[in-house]
Write a protein that binds this ligand. Structure first.
Ligand SMILES: *Cc1c(COP(=O)(O)O)cnc(C)c1O
Length: 466
């Protein structure tokens, strides 16, 4: 399988190179040259398969040429063996039409584990083939940092430097990062905001001398391998609910458009998806783009769903490319315009290409609270605020009542205990497997938010040196 860039001028690469590169050299994102597809019989034959076997079937075409089926199976067995339930991503029924797909049974309690646990293993495998090292640098306001650290802790070929704003992440989130004690894990609390942290990371990547010397790499959802790993649970859930014999709809709490784009990929591969409901909070750039073609950046508003407080969705570019006819040169021009003016209109082809599958909804704090209460009082389920945004959108969608609607449950409610308690009156407890979080010792370094301080620290501690 070869991958091409959405901006049309980077060389086509195989899966191994695409995984290690993350972003394409022309600033675009990688997509497969052509979508693999499954027949109805092939999808029907997935019934009864374990999560790992489903993962091998769904991902094998994407890794062809870089991993054998046995290698892929071995990595999936390791990655998904770390989840606390046998089915990895269980389905829970709420009523005759609504289901939850619980994606939070991994080590850090958010759906990001599903992709990052595999990505950590892929990095290690590919780096050991080349006898090479990588330095992962990231800024986090919560979920991504802990999931990335857990995924690479103790791996020999990788160092990870994760910046968080000192005093501005929750105790649970900080401890999930700082109690991971491994020589390759470096937590840095900067004296500044999340935006400062992100600006510092960007500057490191944009400094070719520095990023080349330490072989910097990113683990955010622009990495194709992360999206690929997320395609699996759409197949797994849909087949359990009767696909390909009937259509299934999905409602997805959305920020960077990674998770819901994986659903689009599943549909392109032949899974009968009736509709993908993109649920945003009041940071609604995607809702505006999908409902009236207006992709213009607003100001980020802080909400109870911080992982969706985003005003630019990097992976949306992948949809614009694929649904808009695959013209890389035209998209590069369109993205240049967006980067200069922070606004653009979708073309008619892009709007029509998306309209067949996507709908969208903007959910405010009241909608979120009502959905949390409905799940609790009606379905006996305590759900987290992100999941509640998805469920609210699912319940207001205009879909034939015989079609099951699956809401992706993206975080464990215990990660957002205060918000859940406010809405339902019940305070969810931390699962036993991370219950000792508050007894473990923390390690992190406090640094001023300056380029010199951070790069000096990375230079001193990174193993990769060109
Ligand atoms: C990251 C995240 C999201 C958003 O997912 P995208 O792939 O960025 O759209 C939603 N909910 C939770 C809990 C998350 O951590």
């Amino acid at each position: 399988m070869k991958y091409i860039s959405t901006r049309g001028s980077a060389p086509a690469l195989g899966f191994e190179d695409v995984t290690l590169a993350g972003l394409a050299s022309d600033g675009g994102l990688y997509l497969p040259e052509a979508w693999p597809s499954f027949s109805r019989d092939q999808i029907a034959a997935m019934a009864g398969l374990s999560y790992v076997e489903t993962a091998v079937r769904v991902m094998a075409p994407f890794v062809a040429g870089s991993l054998s089926e046995d290698e892929l199976r071995d990595l999936c067995t390791q990655a998904y063996g770390r989840f606390s339930v046998e089915s990895v991503t269980p389905l829970v029924q709420l009523d005759h039409q609504h289901w939850l797909l619980e994606l939070f049974h991994g080590p850090t309690l958010a759906f990001k584990d599903v992709a990052l646990q595999l990505l950590g293993l892929l990095f290690e495998k590919f780096l050991s083939r080349r006898d090479d090292h990588l330095t992962i640098v990231g800024a986090t306001s919560g979920d991504t940092g802990s999931a990335a650290i857990d995924a690479v802790a103790g791996r020999e070929k990788i160092d990870i430097f994760m910046l968080h704003p000192d005093g501005r992440v929750s105790d649970v989130q900080r401890r999930q990062m700082t109690t991971v004690r491994a020589p390759n894990v470096h937590n840095i609390a900067i004296d500044g905001s999340f935006d400062d942290a992100q600006a510092l990371v960007k500057r490191m990547f944009n400094d070719p001398g520095f990023s080349g010397r330490f072989r910097l790499s990113a683990v955010n959802s622009i990495n194709w391998a992360r999206l690929m790993a997320q395609v699996v649970y759409y197949f797994y859930a849909a087949v359990r609910l009767g696909a390909p014999g009937r259509d299934i709809a999905f409602a997805v709490p959305t920020g960077n458009f990674g998770d819901v784009f994986a659903g689009y990929v599943a549909a392109r591969m032949g899974l009968p998806i009736r509709q993908l409901i993109v649920a945003t909070n009041v940071n609604d750039i995607l809702h505006r783009a999908l409902s009236d073609g207006d992709y213009s950046q607003g100001k980020v508003v802080a909400t109870a769903t911080p992982s969706m407080d985003i005003q630019v969705s990097s992976n949306f570019e992948r949809l614009l490319f694929d649904a808009g006819g695959g013209d890389g040169a035209a998209l590069a021009e369109q993205m240049r315009e967006f980067e200069a003016t922070k606004a653009m209109r979708l073309t008619n082809a892009q709007r029509e290409g998306a309209a067949g599958l996507f709908s969208s909804a903007r959910v405010d704090a009241d909608g979120m609270t009502l959905a949390m209460r409905w799940a609790y009082e009606g379905g006996g389920q305590i759900i987290d605020p992100h999941t509640a945004v998805g469920l609210c959108a699912a319940k207001s969608a205009d879909i034939d009542p015989t079609i099951p609607i699956v809401t992706l449950a993206t975080a464990h409610p215990a990660k957002f205990r205060d918000a859940v308690e406010r809405a339902t009156g019940t305070r969810p407890s931390l699962p036993a497997r991370i219950g000792s979080l508050f007894d473990r010792e923390e390690a992190y370094t406090k640094l001023p938010a300056t380029f010199e301080a951070i790069t000096g620290f990375v230079a001193e501690h990174a193993t990769a040196k060109a």
